[in-house]
Design a protein around this ligand. Structure first.
Ligand code: A3P
Length: 295
């Protein structure tokens, strides 16, 4: 069912009540049939939670801090995006199928929509969560410049759309809750964007350990330096400047926009903040997860 059809706007479809890009919905049988392997590492995020950041960290760890090797391809092409489908380009599933093992893959799917083989294969999951307010702000600006997603409308309109979960990949609240609740029953490292920002070295060390790598202090320092916001914004292999303007129009808003904790304060009105806090309390009731919204 198309949720958004205005003009030439790209539409969203739905799978089990979760809005997803229509092209992903069209490819759903292939996605659900995906065969995960036990040595796969799946990077899982709600959109705008620092996916690109953790991808670069994981790649640098995998390449033992060799910066040149991480220049081999743009970040969006290094780790297949599982549910990506835009014919005639090869789909995420096809790219993953053609990739040598061990594979690093990425997804924005909520846990309940993940292809069953991921649970059966006992592979590793690396989830990165970002506080809801900054996610909302980042997603708003992303939808302004991303031609494959619906136009977000005004800030006030988008605030409502996000709260109601009628954005691609669904409700932030359900996504984060769903993955958080699984963290002890599968092989999962659950990280927070805000922690990586506050103490990158410590969080990168956790990733390194989780990946079974043991890099020396100098390599670790290189990875910390190479994955700062400023470095990644200037790096053509991470800043998405290779994506055509017809897909990402960075003259409207850069992909590497601000990369901070607390930008929501520049967007939320006092009334919106109070309302958001109340909705957050209701929707996250009973969960033990704790976010920080300022550093
Ligand atoms: P902002 O829009 O708030 O700047 P994703 O990769 O999941 O789409 O997330 C994009 C968000 O992560 C953007 O947030 C982007 O600037 C931020 N980001 C990317 N690389 C980063 C880095 N090295 N440090 C901090 N934030 C980063």
């Amino acid at each position: 069912m198309a949720l958004t059809t205005a003009g030439t706007q790209p539409s969203l479809g739905e799978v089990a009540g979760i809005p997803l890009p229509a092209t992903t919905v069209d490819n759903w049988p292939q996605i659900q049939g995906f065969k995960a392997q036990s040595d796969d590492l799946l990077i899982c995020t709600y959109p705008k939670s620092g996916t690109t950041w953790i991808q670069e960290i994981v790649d640098l760890i995998g390449q033992s801090g060799d910066v040149d090797k991480c220049q081999r391809a743009a970040i969006q092409h290094r780790h297949p995006f599982l549910e990506w489908a835009r014919p005639p380009q090869p789909s995420g599933v096809e790219k993953a199928g053609a990739m040598p093992r061990p594979r690093v893959l990425r997804t924005h799917l909520p846990a309940q929509l993940l292809p069953p083989s991921f649970w059966e294969s006992n592979c590793k999951f690396l989830y990165v969560a970002r506080n809801a307010k900054d996610c909302l702000v980042s997603y708003y600006h992303f939808q302004r410049m991303n031609r494959t997603l619906p136009d977000p409308g005004t800030w006030d309109q988008y605030f409502e759309t996000f709260i109601s979960g009628k954005v691609a990949w669904g409700s932030w609240f359900e996504h984060v809750r769903g993955w958080w609740e699984l963290r002890d029953s599968v092989r999962m490292l659950f990280l927070f964007y805000e922690d990586i920002k506050r103490n990158p070295k410590q969080e990168i060390q956790k990733v390194m350990k989780f990946m079974g790598k043991n890099l020396d202090g100098a390599m670790l320092d290189t990875i910390v330096q190479e994955t700062t916001f400023e470095k990644m914004k200037a790096n053509p292999m991470t800043n998405r400047s290779t994506a055509p303007k017809t897909v990402l129009d960075q003259s409207i808003s850069p992909f590497m926009r601000k990369g901070i904790v607390g930008d929501w304060k520049n967007h939320f009105t006092v009334a919106q903040n109070e309302r958001f806090d109340e909705i957050y309390r209701q929707k996250m009731k009973g969960t033990s997860i704790n976010f920080c919204t300022e550093l």
